[in-house]
Design a protein around this ligand. Sequence first.
Ligand SMILES: Nc1ncnc2c1ncn2[C@@H]1O[C@H](COP(=O)(O)OP(=O)(O)OP(=O)(O)O)[C@@H](O)[C@H]1O
Length: 262
Amino acid sequence: MHRWGITLENLAIGYKGKPLLKGLSLFMDEGEFWVVVGPNGAGKSTLLKTILGIVPPVEGKVYIHGIDCTFHVGCDEKKFISYVPQLESYSKIFPATALDVVLSGLFMKKKRLEKITDKDVARAVEWLEFFDMAHLKNTPFKNLSGGQQRKVLIARALISSPHYLFLDEPTTGVDIKSARRLINAINFLHKNNRIGICMVTHDLNFVWNYVEKVLVLGNGKFVAGNKDSIINEDILSEIYGVKIKILETPAGPVFLTGDKHY
Ligand SMILES: Nc1ncnc2c1ncn2[C@@H]1O[C@H](COP(=O)(O)OP(=O)(O)OP(=O)(O)O)[C@@H](O)[C@H]1O
């Protein structure tokens, strides 16, 4: 059956044939907001890279829009996913401006030798505007603050009109106010443009009110599903290997960690 969305079928992720995690089967429907959480080294970034074809799976299948993209050879569907990695490989020396970086998001979609048009430039400026960054369009990327660089990289991911946006810890190194604005912007795109979001984060508290689906990974185990039905203190404590308490507040649940006082 042809299914839109992304299907993971009995996936094992890892390196050199050694799985970090086995037996992961799930369906990310189009337009859903997923968050991937878990302790350091659990395999969160590896999972994103496996779905994107950057790291081959140890076993199992990845289907994008129903097409087998497991090894991504000739898999056109990959162009519907934009990715903002955890550590950006952009050279700090390369003299690209903010605008150049956003436009570089079109390279995968453009045919060889196809030129950047005035319309492309206008769209890039619009995305910079969306993040209140248009006035910095001619600023060298390397001279922007960490938070501003993040926004430019997300604008770069969005200019190709993706169906899905994969973000690996997008708020790391960003101050609380900017991080909140960034998450609000991502949520706006999700709600208004129906962009599916898959975000790796360490702060469940920060995104809880926005997300619909949660995947928790750790110690070779995982749970996935609707946030309210799968998240509980026992599951989180087991996967994180530390006691976690969920405090219900009028603003939603707050996740507390630590071994004492519970
Ligand atoms: N290219 C690689 N080759 C071999 N092992 C790797 C490679 N990249 C990552 N690893 C290992 O795979 C494991 C999972 O790494 P990954 O970056 O996916 O974890 P993570 O859950 O995203 O962690 P964090 O929360 O610290 O970012 C780690 O033990 C890491 O050292």
